[in-house]
Design a protein around this ligand. Sequence first.
Ligand SMILES: [Zn+2]
Length: 534
Amino acid sequence: MTNRLCVAALGTALSLVFSAPAIAHEADVNRATLERDVTILSADNMEGREAGTRGHARAAGYVAGRYAAVGLEPFGDDGTYFQAVPMLKYERAETGNSLSIEGMEGLTMWEDYYLSGGSQDESGSITGEVVFIGYGLDIEGRDDFEGLDLEGKIVLRVYGGPEGIDTEEAAHYRSTLSARASERGAIGSLLLYTPALGELYEWDRLVEMSRHDSSMTWIDKDGAPYSAAPNIRASGALNEAASRAILEGLDFDYDALVAAEATDAKVFPSFATGRTATIQYNSHFERLDTPNVVGLLPGSDPEMADQFVVLTAHLDHVGIQPTEEEGDDEIYNGAMDNAVGIASMIEVARLLEEHPPRRPVLFVALTAEEQGLIGSSYHAANPDLPEGASLVANVNLDMPISTYVFSDVVAFGAPRSNLYPQVQAATAEYGLKLSPDPQPEQGFFTRSDQYSYVRKGVPAVYLDIGWGNGGEAAQEEFLGSHYHQASDQVELVDFEALERFTGVNYSIARNIANMAERPAWNEGDFFGESFAGE
Ligand SMILES: [Zn+2]
């Protein structure tokens, strides 16, 4: 699970008649295999599996061996399981990053603000007037850009969005704000720290996450780094005091912003602040290759041979993060994030292989999820399928917090397409309740790899486990104490829970790969309308 809350950056009525999926009893999931795979993938010698490191390469080799053992065919480059993803890695340099704002003296990096450059230039400087754009929305009834000239400007923005927008669409709008600002000519972006953001993260936590941040993007066939917001050269965030100071003396000041944010409609004016800011940025660029690991289970029905279902789980995690203290554990093992997803996906492959479904199924152990869904973005754009074939559905497995025996699940994305009845049948088979998203403000739908496929028009489901049966407290404990920490280790995993998670994902994958009708978005669905046919 990536922590990119874009801080640096249901329920449709079912009208279609659907074919009832085959009723089968629970799959015979091999718990010992799950335990072995998670243990090996999260061991210290995998060095936290950061994309582009030898630890990740070692883990990728292990996954390829497991694919071979369960009978998947190689579906990467040149008859191997590995699809090389050409990447640019860009990391903030120790020095040369600073922000100055007219009328605000002595701002200090990591205290008052943090910032980093983008993938366009290794170092540089931008200067522009700061323009407040609120949430940067341009939707029915609300245009935060109205009357503004953003050409060459640095936008000042707020995390969140108004009430009343579908939560998954809201997450999509949040994650595409930079792209909208870029399209309108903005060159930089600064995020304000407000109470709504404070409810999610304390400032110190944001600083800590940003300090450990390295970014990547994939390189296209012309050698250009991919960017969704190519004009934005640098972006950063201000702490509460600096957020207050930058609005001081204006008609709409920090207190007015906080008051407006506390209302449901959250209506803000958009305006030029009259202040000019200069952002200096300095990064280290590194070109590297890091693989997606791709295996194929051929389908049994020649009529459906051109309809590929793709199962995904990210293999990478955040690597080794040195601390000042001697003797600290510096290896971020990523057992829950996402060794469990990989182990579960491999076991699903083994179970499917016993009774091959009608459609071909690809299994992709994705790279560079943590840097912003990069491996999946590349794979969704370059699936390397036979002529005439396409990806028709995605099932993504990412960080089920398997520390307790869960009783419900959340099926992100499923109600948007005809995958839903297949998911409903699978969860019913396991006696699991389907719950609505308990944390819509987290925007999980756009924070894992299914979103890369959705953006290519592919209907997707991402199953997470729910808050029932003590889940809320258990998940809070994991997210508060172990998420993206060195302590995310195999000891935390309840393998009974993971076994059940694997079984239900097996049923979902099997049902989708066997469904009679072609997977399709519901008529008029927001994501289907936005992306299908692209
Ligand atoms: Zn993560």
